[in-house]
Design a protein around this ligand. Structure first.
Ligand code: K1U
Ligand code: ZN
Length: 184
């Protein structure tokens, strides 16, 4: 497995539409495994392929042990509303409240190419929506009001110089986030 570099806001890959995966090959499984490793090292609860510079429609999530590799995920049902704080590994140190559906059903292919559905509520539902947005070039800051987005971008303008070339190199153990490491 390998740790991948994370692309940060300003890298055009984060705004691209992804392309559906045609077959879940060993190469796809390798990417999934590397994305999990990178997500855990960055202490995130999710990660989408564009965040590691890839254009395949792939995301991974692990919310309190609910761990999913999602190939070609799509939301097939959604209801309710919920407002909660979000962050993004591609916009480090920026957090804001976002309104999302409180409950979603997501259909995807797993690491073996088998179709499955996940019926999610609370933070898992939010994380799935956040990751699926990434696969369509959308970021959580896009949901903010003009004023809040302006404040977020002003903060980011001060942060972004820490990431030359829009690249964030993950050093295991260096993230300030509270998300626990994967249990062995
Ligand atoms: O896709 C990503 O950028 C990962 C992102 C996922 C996410 C976090 C919070 C709400 C929705 C989606 C993160 O893992 S950010 C770091 C984190 O663990 C976190 C941040 C704020 C609240 C809860 C968790
Ligand atoms: Zn994100």
């Amino acid at each position: 497995m390998a740790l991948l570099e994370i692309r940060v806001l300003g890298d055009p890959v984060l705004r691209e539409e992804t392309r559906p995966v045609e077959a879940v090959t060993d190469e796809v499984r390798q990417l999934v495994d590397d994305m999990f490793e990178t997500m855990y090292a960055a202490k995130g609860i999710g990660l989408a392929a564009p965040q590691v510079g890839r254009t395949e429609r792939i995301a991974v999530v692990d919310v309190d042990g609910a761990r999913y590799a999602l190939v070609n995920p799509e939301i097939v049902a959604a209801d309710g509303k919920r407002r909660g704080e979000e962050g993004c590994l591609s916009i480090p140190d920026i957090y804001a409240d976002v309104e999302r559906n409180a409950h979603v059903v997501v259909r995807a292919l797993d690491r073996d190419g088998k179709s499955f559905e996940v019926d999610a509520a609370d933070l898992l539902a939010v994380c799935l929506q956040h990751e699926i947005d990434h696969l369509h070039g959308k970021l959580f800051v896009d949901y903010l009001s003009v004023l809040k987005r302006r404040a977020a971008m002003a903060k980011w303008a001060k942060e972004k110089d820490r990431y030359p070339g829009y690249v964030r190199t993950i050093v295991p153990g260096e993230s300030d986030s509270e998300h626990p490491e994967e249990e062995l």
